[in-house]
Design a protein around this ligand. Structure first.
Ligand SMILES: NC(=O)c1ccc[n+]([C@@H]2O[C@H](COP(=O)([O-])OP(=O)(O)OC[C@H]3O[C@@H](n4cnc5c(N)ncnc54)[C@H](OP(=O)(O)O)[C@@H]3O)[C@@H](O)[C@H]2O)c1
Length: 261
């Protein structure tokens, strides 16, 4: 199958990097320098014309920012014929909105990825629209599986998915940054605090993932009574304030996802 991308930003490059063969790929990108970079780094064909990418592809990933969707739709909707499938990774844009913008004919799939796919450890939720070609949906799932884990979900879950896994990498980076800064405040050299925070974040995620251990059991195991971790955890969990911040963080992101629709 021939694969196209409209927008060659961070997410598009992440998906592209996970594809075993880039022979049948064409990328449409507005920025000259970025087009040149994609051609040089990945050996893919590039164009400045989104419509050309649509015409030359069976499956087209829509990877532009939400505010650019309408102009892309105006330029490409006539070329999105029944045998083509449009795969939108755009935050907040519902299948109904995409259908309205891109016309009735093509297959549609909505995907919510996250930035971790750039390390082939992404999390992608997939929701095919009614009538989407099953071979194309399988091909999309296979491409995204190369970039991490995938799950097929109903569209009603997408605001929550966007808030949790879609936006989640930024929350973890923020936590790591806070740990780094707090370590430095305790007297560690900045580069040492940075190393410690990064490896702790990475190693913990790796262990939790590989062991499948229950989280409460893991925390209880590290935070033994009267110990140092217990003292830290007591402060972190005081009055449920931290859980409350996380809940409010996800609610704000989910509300924004709804508003973008
Ligand atoms: N980043 C994340 O963590 C994340 C997570 C989940 C979902 N998403 C979704 O993924 C989408 C892409 O995000 P991103 O972070 O990859 O954005 P990005 O890095 O800004 O990439 C978008 C690219 O598309 C280009 N573009 C805009 N209009 C175009 C057109 N008509 N034809 C060709 N290229 C065009 C942009 O060029 P200009 O800069 O010149 O406009 C830009 O290079 C967004 O809709 C976002 O909601 C992102």
């Amino acid at each position: 199958m021939k694969i196209g991308f409209i927008g060659a930003g961070k997410m598009a490059e992440g998906i592209l990097s996970a594809m075993p063969s880039k022979k049948n790929v064409i990328m449409a990108e507005k920025l000259d320098a970025r087009r040149e970079e994609m051609g040089r780094k990945h050996g893919v064909r590039t164009t400045a014309d989104a419509n050309e990418a649509v015409k030359k592809s069976d499956i087209v990933f829509l990877a532009v920012r939400p505010q650019d969707v309408d102009s892309v739709a105006a330029a490409t909707r006539d070329s999105l014929t029944a045998e083509k499938t449009l795969v939108s990774i755009v935050a907040g844009k519902t299948l109904a909105k995409l259908r309205k913008a891109f016309g009735r004919k093509c297959g549609l799939v909505r995907v919510m990825p996250n930035l971790a796919l750039r390390a082939k450890a992404g999390m992608c939720a997939i929701c095919p629209a009614k009538g989407a070609d099953s071979k194309a949906v399988d091909a999309v799932a296979a491409i995204l599986s190369g970039a991490g884990k995938t799950v097929i979900l109903k569209e009603r879950d997408f605001d929550a998915v966007t808030a949790l896994s879609g936006s989640g990498p930024a929350y973890f980076a923020y936590m790591q940054q806070a740990m780094e800064r707090a370590g430095a405040k305790l007297g560690l050299k900045k580069d040492v605090a940075k190393l410690l925070a990064a490896q702790t974040m990475y190693g913990t995620a790796k262990f939790l993932n590989e062991s499948g251990i229950d989280l409460a059991e893991f925390i209880a195991g590290v935070a033994t009574k009267g110990g140092t971790t217990a003292a830290g955890m007591e402060e972190l969990a005081k009055g449920g304030a931290f859980e409350d911040i996380v809940a409010r963080t996800l609610s704000a992101a989910a509300a924004r996802s709804k508003a973008l629709a």
